[in-house]
Design a protein around this ligand. Structure first.
Ligand code: GUN
Ligand code: ZN
Length: 425
């Protein structure tokens, strides 16, 4: 048993307003009591302190549930910062050649270790990753997560056309490899599997049928893909699938939508598509740093929220430019500003924790500090740099402090990351 002491913040609901006090609890001298990887209790330090129990004193820092990154690409760590291209050229010029290297299990293992190092340095305790097409890349991803007892979600990418030879499976081998990976990893320890057709451009109809079959056989697996990121992508997709009303209609036709469906980007959607997203409970994944860097467009956060569409946030490494969910929310705020929308800091930190947990249907396990939850915790310092410390001199409220973290914070603000109660940094 151990006690993590600090200023403890967690959310219970989506903040309905910038200062929605009912949405969260905050304890100035707070504590999280941890035993065998789980949270036993969270509350006031004075109520939870007990003799003989080790106390790790993180005061004056903030403790909150570990961050969740709902969409990124672990084989793209060496793609980040690739210059001067929009989506389809970016994929063909930089991303596909890089991903071909993951046929080598040693390379995949090395990058998987670096990937989880980087996640934890940034306070992210649950990533949702696309692996490469190679089964070995998913093996490396899950093995590294298991070694560290991380609740990780991922899947081997399915892609059987419109990519280099070294990066193609077939409808059958993609099905077989995914099936084997699901059998080995889904529900093993803290791992969960996502059936991962990359996007409609790189999957034949036969492969989308195979993905549909996998999901029918394993309805508790996730489904992740890309949707409506870029104008040329959308046009090419509709050339390849001319018999569907729109881009989302393709995934709808193959039975890929639902509450476990994570649709990366979802930027340029029609009213019909928004309606289908809402009705099926599918999740639109907002990837702000990527959408700006690749020049894809502005995600309509406010419009999607008002339309009742479920929303998650993510880095989209390596189209995204930062591993930090703090940097991600900084860019999310700016994307909203450019559309005359607000993204209050309480909502931002809700999204990084309980919001993303709910998007994954995992709120009983992660995303809060409730008794019984897995003890994934991040410790944040809003005075981590001289500029932050100076700015903090004028801060008087919790919401202002969170906004400093969101606007100026990055990995330097992450003092410690706990995974199932164990310190990782
Ligand atoms: N669409 C299909 N594949 C990808 C990818 O790897 N990154 C991004 N941003 N979009 C994609
Ligand atoms: Zn992506």
């Amino acid at each position: 048993m151990k006690i993590l002491r600090g200023r403890v913040l967690e959310f219970h609901a989506e903040p309905a307003a910038a200062e929605d006090l009912a949405a969260y609890s905050y304890v100035e001298d707070g504590a999280v009591l941890v035993d065998r990887g789980r949270i036993v209790a969270t509350g006031a330090y004075g109520d939870l302190a007990r003799e003989g129990v080790e106390v790790i004193d993180h005061r004056p820092h903030l403790l909150m549930p570990g961050f969740i990154d709902t969409h990124n690409h672990f084989p793209q760590m060496q793609v980040i910062g690739s210059y001067g291209a929009q989506l389809l050229d970016w994929l063909n010029t930089y991303t596909f050649p890089e991903e071909t290297k993951f046929v080598d299990p040693d390379h995949a293992a090395r990058i998987a270790a670096a990937y989880f190092d980087e996640m934890l340095r940034n306070g992210t305790t649950t990533p949702v990753a696309y692996c490469s097409v190679h089964k070995t890349s998913a093996e490396a991803y899950f093995a590294e997560a298991a070694r560290r007892n991380i609740r990780a979600i991922g899947g081997k990418v399915l892609m059987d056309r419109n990519a280099p030879d070294g990066l193609l499976d077939t409808a059958q081998t993609g099905y077989d490899d995914s099936k084997a990976l699901i059998g080995k990893w889904h529900g093993t320890g803290r791992a969960l599997y996502a059936v991962t057709p990359r996007f409609a451009i790189t999957s034949t109809p036969a492969q989308l049928e195979a993905a549909q079959a996998l999901l029918a056989e394993h309805p508790d697996c996730y489904m992740q893909t890309h949707l409506s990121e870029n104008a040329d992508e959308i046009a090419y997709t509709m050339e390849l699938y001319p018999d569907h009303p729109d881009y989302l209609g393709i995934y709808e036709h193959y039975g890929l939508l639902g509450e476990k469906a994570l649709l990366g980007h979802s930027i340029h959607l029609s009213e019909r598509e928004r309606g289908v997203m809402r009705e099926t409970g599918s999740v639109a994944v907002f990837c702000p740093t990527s959408n700006l860097f690749i020049g894809s467009g502005l995600f309509d956060e406010g419009g999607m929220r008002n339309a009742g569409v479920r929303i998650a946030v993510a880095t989209d490494i390596g189209g995204g430019t930062s591993y930090s969910m703090l940097r991600t929310m900084d860019e999310a705020y700016k994307v909203c500003q450019l559309q005359g929308q607000n993204l209050p800091p309480l909502l931002a930190f809700y999204m990084l924790t309980l919001g993303n947990a709910r998007a994954l249907g995992l709120e009983a396990k992660i995303g809060t500090l409730a008794a019984g939850s897995e003890a994934d915790v991040v410790v944040l310092d809003a005075r981590a740099t001289p500029a932050m410390a100076l700015r903090m001199e004028t801060v008087t409220t919790l919401a202002e402090e969170l906004f400093v973290l969101q606007t100026l914070g990055d990995d330097r603000s992450v003092v410690q990351t706990y995974v199932a109660g164990e310190a990782m940094l």
